[in-house]
Ligand binder design. Structure first.
Ligand SMILES: [Zn+2]
Length: 374
């Protein structure tokens, strides 16, 4: 401890020093250092590293002496750091949090890194940094998010780079910390308005919603209220407005074109899309936009087509993350063995869509790959 360190005479014998290392005596921290010949690294007596054999240990009275002998300071106990060893440990944990901010970091794991009980750790961490470990982690992610957004990165890429997983729950978390959604934050705080409309289709109730840039949401659901909840979860900070002729004439027209496409196999309507996803997801979705009705591909083929042949699983989750049903035809992607794979809106809908498109394609004598043959 710093207070006792100055009073303590540096007169320990090598035997006493070796003993101190065995018991990791933090009380002697600052009075001497020990270096390990095999690694050329030097430590404080309290270092949690496994003590070396006595024969391979050299003692030093100061870090300068250890440096001069060609040893490097241990990254774990940071012997050059003169401050309170507890503070050093806490800052090592803070460093760990910063480096792993994108993961879930249970308190017990962080406490173990500091060699403290969770409750004790939580208390001393807060005393040292003024915030809980959880808030500290949130702060790291938030500042990364701000940096990315200021650098002009697309909103969802910024969220991903900042260690928030994409998805509405985390989007909401980021929105709460920023005080607004990342996209409105980036746009200088202008609030985003999303118009929506609902109608019945042959595949059940459908809600379509659009920003000024295009359709950002087209999902099937149980009922209009359930769909509205779904939309609010996806865009928690947006102002949601039911579409009326005055508010969004375009959306109404798009909705009708969409329903015609769905119910009578009219050609895919040319509707502008507001794609919101990571760069990878958008690549997958753009590829899917190029698939013709009646075509089916496997997840493996999608991954290969976008130049990421090993990312089959990621390609499958990008398909699953699609929020714009039918228009981005993720229903045309199947498992490699011909199985249906997954579908956000239920396998019955996926099967119905594929069957209908195959029948249409046969009708137009289109050369479609047979699902059964793949
Ligand atoms: Zn060490």
């Amino acid at each position: 401890m710093p207070s006792s360190r100055s009073k303590r005479p540096q007169m320990t014998t090598d035997a006493q020093r070796w003993q101190a290392i065995q018991i990791r005596d933090a009380g002697l921290d600052g009075t001497f250092y020990y270096g390990t010949l095999s690694t050329r690294i030097y430590c404080r007596p309290s270092c949690a590293s496994r003590p070396a054999r006595r024969a391979s240990v050299r003692f030093f009275d100061s870090t300068a002496a250890a440096d001069a002998a060609g040893f490097r300071p241990c990254k774990r106990c940071k012997p050059r750091d003169n401050r309170d060893p507890l503070a050093v440990r806490l800052e090592a944990v803070a460093q760990y949090i910063a480096e792993n901010a994108s993961q879930a970091l249970p308190l017990a794991r962080l406490a173990a890194l500091a060699a403290l009980s969770p409750t004790h750790f939580q208390r001393v961490f807060k005393a040292h940094f003024g915030v809980t470990p959880r808030s500290y982690q949130d702060g790291v992610r938030l500042s990364r998010l701000r940096q990315e957004l200021r650098a002009g990165t697309t909103v969802l890429d910024a969220i991903t780079a900042a260690g928030y997983s994409s998805g509405s729950r985390i989007y909401g978390e980021a929105a709460r910390h920023l005080g607004m959604t990342p996209s409105t934050y980036r746009a200088g705080g202008a609030r985003e308005t999303i118009s929506y409309a609902c109608r019945d289709t042959s595949l059940g109730p459908l809600m379509m919603a659009a920003t000024a840039r295009g359709v950002c949401f087209a999902e099937f659901g149980e009922s209009p209220p359930a769909l509205l909840e779904q939309l609010a979860r996806e865009f928690p900070a947006a102002t949601l407005e039911p579409s009326g002729q005055a508010a969004s004439p375009a959306l109404d027209a798009w909705m009708q074109a969409f329903a015609r496409h769905l119910d009578s196999a009219a050609p895919r309507p040319d509707i502008p899309l507001d794609l919101r996803g990571t760069a990878f997801q958008v690549r997958v979705w753009r590829f899917l936009l190029g698939l013709a009705a009646g075509d089916v591909v496997s997840y493996t083929e999608v991954a290969r087509a976008i130049g990421a042949p090993k990312a089959v699983r990621a390609a499958a989750s990008a398909c699953g993350a699609n929020r714009i049903a039918i228009l981005i035809p993720c229903h045309r992607v199947l498992r490699g063995d011909g199985g249906l794979g997954g579908y956000r809106w239920g396998l019955d809908r996926k099967r119905a869509l594929i069957d209908r498109e195959r029948a249409d394609a046969r009708g137009r004598s289109r050369h479609a790959r047979s699902i059964a043959a793949t």
